[in-house]
Design a protein around this ligand. Structure first.
Ligand code: BEZ
Ligand code: FE
Length: 289
């Protein structure tokens, strides 16, 4: 097509696509092109601003590796990971709400017995917490044999893979619910930490005038055949940044209360938090409606 103008550029790009591409590709590309072009026109983007953005993206690519996906961090600080999660995992029943996975999950953490500690290294001033609860289905029946992966940062604000001074898989564990659907483990009271801001994501945070901090939380991935996997986090009700999380992942229902442990207990604090998971048959019945 010749004589491309500000007015016809969007149509020209849309028409350049093969109409035989999958319908979903077409839907996504049409909407993306429309919005990107509209956004450029709305802000009257200058050529230098475009070039600056391209260079910033190059830097995001450069700092990314198998261990670090800068694009996920960027999507986090503009609310895109949490929006994808909310769109894709809308609760259909009374199941526990999900939130972002984040970049620090590791597969196959140490398998530990109910009640065991995930702490492999002590930190000065740390507070320990015994976390326990029941996992139920949406009808309120306890679900035995549920796999629960948990992970959290250390009191220095670092996950073990960010910190050469922590043992491999420190503050990570895989637990199973017992015959009553109950789980239990010992952890460290999680502290706020900054998401990595030494790369392109940090540049964007500075551009936006936002800080990189997340409130203290423990991550959970809850899995059982026949049930929808639940990826979520519990937030300490007293932690800072609950109202200005750098990645917008806090939900009221995910705030847990840590209480001082009873006399003679082997941890400083205790916290009870129950989860509800939904079975796939329910998801399919909602989809069919
Ligand atoms: C996290 O909770 O681990 C996390 C989430 C998004 C970005 C960075 C970290
Ligand atoms: Fe985290």
């Amino acid at each position: 097509m010749r004589n491309i103008t500000i007015e016809n550029i969007t149509d020209a790009v849309i028409k350049s696509m093969d109409s035989d591409i999958p319908a979903r590709n077409m839907e996504i590309m049409k909407a993306a092109l429309k919005h990107v072009h509209e956004f450029m026109k709305e802000v009257n983007l200058t050529y230098d601003e475009w070039l600056e953005a391209m260079e910033w993206m190059r830097r995001a690519g450069e700092i990314s590796s198998d261990a670090r996906n800068e694009f996920i961090l960027i999507s986090d600080i503009i609310g895109v990971e949490v929006l994808a999660d909310m769109l894709d995992k809308k609760p259909t029943h009374n199941e526990t709400i999900s939130t972002v996975l984040g970049p620090f999950y590791r597969e196959n953490p140490p398998v530990l017995p109910k009640g065991a500690s995930i702490i492999q290294k002590d930190f000065e001033g740390q507070e320990t917490v015994r976390v326990s609860g029941t996992i139920r289905d949406t009808d309120g029946n306890p679900v035995p044999g549920v796999t629960m992966d948990v992970w959290e940062d250390a009191p220095n604000g670092l996950y073990e893979q960010q910190d050469p001074d922590q043992p491999d898989f420190n503050l990570r564990g895989r637990f199973l619910t017992d015959e009553n659907g109950e789980y239990e483990f010992v952890a460290i009271r999680p502290v706020p930490y900054p998401i990595p801001y030494d790369g392109a994501a940090g540049e964007l945070l500075k551009y936006m005038g936002h800080h990189p901090w997340r409130p203290g939380h423990v991550h959970f991935m809850i899995m059982k055949d026949g049930y929808k996997t639940l990826i979520s986090q519990i937030y300490d009700s007293t932690t800072e940044y609950l109202d200005n999380d750098s990645v917008f992942a806090v939900k009221e229902d995910l705030i847990g209360e840590m209480k001082p442990a009873p006399e003679g207990a082997d941890t400083d604090m205790v916290m009870t938090f129950d989860f509800v998971i939904r079975d796939n048959a329910l998801i399919e019945s909602v989809a069919a409606e």
